[in-house]
Write a protein that binds this ligand. Sequence first.
Ligand SMILES: O=C(O)CCC(=O)C(=O)O
Ligand SMILES: [Fe+2]
Length: 454
Amino acid sequence: MSTQTYTQIELLSANGTVLRRVSTAGPRLPTEDETPIIDLAPIDGTLGERKALASRIKAASENTGFFNIRNHGIPNELIQNSLSQAKTFFDQPLNLKETFSMRYDPRIDPTCTDPRSALGQGKFREDGDYIWKGTSHLPGFREVTVSFWQSRLALARKLVCIFALALGEREDNFDDITSHPGADALYIHYPGIPDVAADSDIDVGIGSHTDIQCFTLLWQDNSGGLQVLSAQDEWLDARPIEGTLVVNIGDFLQGLSNNKFKSTVHGVYNRQLDSRYSMPFFFGFNPEAVCKVVPSCVDDEHPPLYEPISCGEETCREDDSKTESFSSDEYNVRFTTKLDAPLPDIEEAVSACSESSLALTPSAWLREGVCPVLDSESVTPAAAERCGLKPLAQELAASVSTAMLNLMECPEGTWQTIQQPCLAKEESIGMPRRGSGPGLVWAAVLAAVASLLL
Ligand SMILES: O=C(O)CCC(=O)C(=O)O
Ligand SMILES: [Fe+2]
């Protein structure tokens, strides 16, 4: 009889690092209940139909916190057009970025009747245009990307009403706090792994993490590679299902539900020769809206587990905890922007790493505007074994630091001192956004590393 064994992984949360038990077994196929396919057509039906839909979504949210939606109303043609725009963006000869991101902008929100005054209230940073500057030469890029964003914003606003019902509240419960919501959209490219490196430990992907806002709408291509943690702490293979979008619960909604809904732990790997593409959309409440655990999830036996907090504040708190060190559950090299951290010595860190440590997939956000520095002291002693790549350390160090600095739009040449981290150029584009998802700069770093190994 085989016995299940478990290990612990570190997850970054608003309250710092938390440990989570995970099975050491490889991913298995999920059961129907673990990652259900939910038909969203009733979202436009009668109240009774919407309530029935809410109860399916409630069950999924209390189980894995992950489900697939069919009949979501976003035309396949729009999705395919966005995908081809994303591919064109990443295929540009001099492109070094592996993500493109945009966020809420009242000027493109069809429900916002007075964008000027919305901007004037200072609730969002007026950065709406600079992200497009580097893409104006790509025909249709901005139009298609905005249109896909708008269709997901509309869908998310409908879905949040169903979540309100699922929580036992009125369906208009969140209307006031979704007028200028967190709505961050990303195009992500995971480069393929070249043949030679296929049997090495190198991975392109995003390590285990949870999303921080309310929920995520994700389109993934047919590559596979998305893994989610089940309620029994087993990894599930969340295979792409034609015609569906993934929905997963984020930390904020878990908090609001007093932990009834599960913020899904998930990660992504691309272990194939071909590129993988995905297009997530992270939805949260108005950044300044202070929310408390919903009354329907609190009683004498279940006192509120969380203090009132706003989505924006939570994002900042997460940022603070996450910028101290960028690390993953599997790897040992850490990057930090902590001010009193020692000076970076990437070469020494690379020399001290095991081969697998070179595959950096930190589950962390990058603080906007601050470039990363390497905290070489964080390389753990265990990592000092198996240093087959040591002779390449210097070259690897140069590649990694160049790729990192390029991606952060920081001046090339040297790593910054931690006492004085460099500020990213104002007009940087495609940066992983605060509050959107884990930084994926690593895919390009890995591409640089992988090319060295050839
Ligand atoms: O690429 C994917 O399939 C998921 C990406 C993701 O989990 C994220 O960006 O938070
Ligand atoms: Fe995610």
